[in-house]
Design a protein around this ligand. Structure first.
Ligand code: NAP
Length: 246
């Protein structure tokens, strides 16, 4: 997959936030294999385990906006920014809710911090770094379950709501940035169901052919991004490049 990023006419300077996660790690591996890559900045809440002469690693935590600002200050003229963070369950006892009975303010706040507020703060600090006159891409990992029109099953209240809100943040940012950054592509991405820690408790119900490896998903997502341009900005796309209705 050495030529996925053919949409760039010059060198690619990439940022992956969430480079410690399953899909984030795979995205970094694909990006590091690109001939067009000049440099990759890989950030995680925990330090990303990447050693490569074209990669700088760092840490940030959405609970600390200053760490996001500091990360942005360490990056040189990025033209591809991917936010691969997210949270569906965690070690502190958060699980996706099956019923209204399971809702709590604390669970909602925790989900919104990682799935909505954090990516929005990344947009705040990183989007102004995109090039004004050339191609610049900002993509945040969302999820099909954040689509209100697609919701036929219910459940997963906080995660669904947080991803729907993320999609709104993406739309807003695309409108605002599109006024001055004419070649900016700002989108959400649904990676499919991917075999990572996030999907682990739920993968038993997924048909094997519908469960992607992180490597597969990372390749699909970069290919989708490579095919998008400014008129596609503000929307959410799945791993096959199909636009997901809000
Ligand atoms: N896997 C799937 O089937 C699937 C399906 C649909 C959508 N998605 C979306 O795809 C994205 C990536 O998911 P994944 O499967 O790769 O999940 P993952 O392996 O659990 O990775 C989650 C990432 O989020 C980071 N993170 C969590 N809390 C954070 C915080 N407070 N501040 C900064 N970073 C934080 C984690 O950092 P640390 O590990 O360093 O704590 C990790 O890098 C998510 O947005 C997810 O919703 C995944």
């Amino acid at each position: 997959m050495a030529h996925i990023l053919s949409s760039y006419t010059g060198p690619v300077r990439a940022v992956v936030i969430g480079a410690s996660g399953g899909i984030g790690q795979a995205l970094c591996a694909h990006i590091l294999a690109q001939d067009a890559l000049e440099h990759l900045y890989a950030f995680g809440r925990s330090q990303p385990a990447i050693t490569h002469d074209k990669c700088t690693v760092g840490q940030l935590d959405y609970a600390d906006e200053a760490s996001i600002e500091t990360a942005a200050q360490a990056v040189d003229r990025p033209n591809l920014i991917i936010v691969a963070t997210g949270m569906l369950h965690n070690a502190e006892g958060i699980e996706p809710e099956k019923s209204l009975r399971d809702l709590s303010a604390d669970k909602f706040a925790a989900s919104f911090l990682v799935n909505t507020t954090g990516p929005a703060l990344v947009a705040k600090h990183f989007l102004p770094l995109l090039p004004r006159e050339e191609r610049g891409v900002f993509a945040a990992l969302s999820a099909r379950v954040g689509s209100i029109s697609d919701n036929g099953l219910g459940g997963w209240y906080a995660y669904r709501a947080a991803k729907a809100a993320l999609n709104m943040v993406i739309r807003n940012a695309a409108i605002e940035m599109g006024r001055r950054y004419k070649q900016a592509v700002i989108v959400g991405l649904h990676p499919g169901t991917v075999d990572t820690a996030l999907s682990a408790p739920f993968k038993a119900n997924v048909k094997p052919e519908k469960l992607f490896t992180p490597e597969q998903a990372g390749g699909y997502l970069l290919t989708v991004l490579d095919g998008l341009n400014a008129q596609d900005s503000g929307h959410c796309y799945d791993w096959a490049g199909t636009r997901i209705q809000p």
